[in-house]
Design a protein around this ligand. Structure first.
Ligand code: M6R
Length: 609
């Protein structure tokens, strides 16, 4: 989605906002722009495509100033073009504004503004806001009202419907104004300089102290200080968070792609996440401990990869605790009419900002459920709205394709399952065995990571396919689903996942020597059934790749393309098996020359419905 950066300091604003903008590239964008309060007035430059194009445009221009804003746009209203790119100026070009989100009532506002003589240059929903601000700002300034821009923006907020993070700059004001409603906006506190951004990654280089704005809050920020007010105009005491990610964590560190780096970091991220869920670092709250023995059901919600992690969690928690676990896409949950109340909802979101997941969680709370959020981002919106938060400790994930956060989410769900089992007075021996096995998972993953050559070879032949099926059974059905998602989003090869037993109920009709099938096998109670299904595939002469445990000789009866992961408890196999599939997707996409970290049409954090 779109990215925002704002800077007020003493440095070269142009250089700083462009540098910071590059750290938001991972969110996905189609155009970019800057507005700097320069010694020659407010200077706005925009361009379509890569930030490099914007850099080329500003090269040679003398834009000197210490306050500025910048934006990467991901088109929603109007095609990717220079006029539609942000920042948007007002009629006099003395105010400029950037926006993430959607102004839902923009059509009505635009009509009214046009009738009052405003000149519109773009097709965007955003532009109405800057004209609304100008209608208030100039009269306030003329009257000599202090902080006229800050006041004007706050007067506009009640007129807007939808979701927005806005940052505004004006030629005659030496500060920025930022406001948030259902779209994240973070203040970075520097020394002699302050920042605004849509997430923390562009700020890591400058500061580790951040303040997350809440819905309805508006901030005035100059180089020395910042002030936040709520909807009613009351000053808000800022909650300052320390971000423990280092700027290096958000760099490629010698890898060709963030995705490859993040796949390779998984032994560490899984270890950190495991430790975060053990001993003194984690105890089930007294409220949950009381709730669990009587818990009739749990529901897991999330989108995309987070949903897939939830599916692994469903199989794990249900079989261990015998508590029925439902699973629902967040975008579906919010509009559903469940017949029964679900007492406990687990909402999973790597970013903690996904609009569908947040809306679903709000709906769950409205229905009276207790909510647990699982997220990777400290201070993100989901953490402020859920009753409890469990963190994956994966470090920043920059590649659009979720990898290390997926396996970390499974680790958190598995560990949560153990704690629920404990609260239900489950067998301590089984508990100890499973916890010991989970502690060993990072080692299993490390072994997969040390043997990438064979995966690379197999990916070469898969990269030529037009359609690939992924199959698995039981707890490795979600592994297959996530494998298919990874492949399709970064390689653009059509991929579909099925529970292996379902093939004969329809999809077999599509199999031929041109449609490879990737099967995931663990040493569990459905292994033989899975191999029967693989036999059905071979009978249709479809090429088969089997992801199986080391030492599983049966796999070789069906194919020479066997990719292995170390032997482990079957209920934990989705983690190492998924790492194999992540690498398979990565190398297939690389073979096809795809833009792996920034797949077309996709964004890292989907903050609109
Ligand atoms: O930040 P979230 O976990 O809420 O994001 C949910 C999905 O948008 C996300 O998992 C998406 O499916 C990934 N790009 C897949 O790799």
């Amino acid at each position: 989605m779109c990215g925002i950066v704002g800077y007020a300091g003493i440095g070269d604003a142009l250089k700083i906002v462009i540098e910071a903008l590059k750290r938001l590239e991972y969110r996905g964008y189609d155009s970019a722009g800057i507005a700097i309060r320069s010694d020659r007035g407010l200077k706005i430059v925009k361009s379509v495509g890569e930030i490099g194009n914007l850099e080329n445009r500003v090269r040679g221009m003398s834009i000197k100033g210490a306050t500025g804003i910048a934006h990467t746009r991901w088109a929603t209203h109007g095609i990717p073009s220079e006029v539609n790119a942000h920042p948007h100026p007002d009629c006099r070009k003395k105010i400029a504004l950037v926006h993430n989100g959607i102004i839902e009532n923009y059509r009505t506002l635009r009509k009214e503004l046009l009738s009052r003589g405003h000149e519109f240059r773009s097709e965007t929903d955003t532009e109405v806001v800057v004209h609304l601000v100008e209608e208030r700002y100039y009269p306030l300034r003329k009257k000599g009202i202090e902080d006229a821009l800050f006041v004007a923006v706050r007067e506009v907020i009640p007129l807007l419907e939808g979701s927005y993070a806005l940052v505004v700059v004006a030629e005659d004001e030496d500060y920025l104004v930022g406001v948030r409603e259902k779209s994240p906006l973070v203040i970075g506190i520097g020394s002699g300089e302050n920042f605004l951004a849509s997430d923390v990654s562009p700020l890591l280089k400058y500061t580790s102290e951040v303040v997350y704005l809440d819905d309805g809050e508006c901030a005035r920020l100059d180089r020395k200080s910042f002030r936040i007010v709520d909807k009613e105009g009351n000053t808000v005491q800022p909650g300052i968070h320390q971000v423990d990610w280092s700027p290096k964590d958000a760099e490629k560190g010698g890898y060709e792609h963030f995705m490859l780096k993040e796949i390779n970091e998984q032994a560490g991220s899984l270890h950190d996440t495991f430790v975060g869920m053990t001993g003194e670092n984690f105890t089930l709250s007294p409220m949950l401990k009381t709730l669990v023995p009587y818990l009739k059901s749990i529901e897991i919600i999330g989108c995309g990869t987070s949903y897939n992690a939830g599916m692994v969690g469903k199989y794990f928690i249900e079989s261990l605790t015998r508590i029925p676990v439902g699973l629902c896409y967040a975008s579906e949950y919010r509009y559903s009419s469940p017949a029964e109340h679900t007492p406990l909802i687990i909402a999973i979101s790597q970013s903690g900002e996904t609009a569908d997941t947040l809306a679903a969680m709000r709906e769950a709370r409205r229905r009276g459920s207790v909510t647990i959020a699982i997220t990777n981002v400290v201070g993100s919106t989901i953490t402020r709205e859920a009753d409890f938060t469990l963190y994956t400790r994966a470090g920043p994930e920059i590649g659009v394709a979720a990898t290390k956060t997926f396996t970390a989410q499974i680790m958190v769900l598995d560990m949560l399952g153990l704690r629920l089992f404990e609260a239900k007075k489950g067998d301590p021996a089984q508990l100890g065995r499973l916890e010991g096995s989970l502690r060993g998972v990072p080692r299993l993953v490390q072994k997969v990571l040390e043997n990438q050559e064979r995966i690379k070879e197999v990916s070469r032949f898969l990269s030529k396919a037009h359609t690939i099926f992924f199959i698995g059974r039981n707890i490795n059905y979600p592994t297959a689903v996530e494998g298919a998602l990874k492949l399709k989003e970064i390689s653009y090869i059509h991929a579909e996942a099925y529970p292996a037993g379902e093939l004969k109920h329809g999809p077999l009709a599509l199999l031929s020597p041109e449609t490879p099938v990737v099967a995931v096998a663990a040493s569990d109670h459905v292994r033989e059934k899975l191999y029967s299904n693989v036999g059905e595939v071979c009978a249709r002469e479809a090429p088969v790749v089997i992801v199986a445990e080391e030492g599983d000789e049966t796999a070789w009866n069906y194919t020479d393309d066997v990719l292995t992961f170390p032997a482990c408890s079957p209920e934990l196999s989705p983690i190492p098996a998924s790492v194999v599939l992540q690498l398979l997707a990565y190398y297939a996409a690389k073979e096809r020359g795809c833009a792996i970290d920034k797949p077309r049409n996709l964004a890292k954090s989907v903050t609109v419905e």
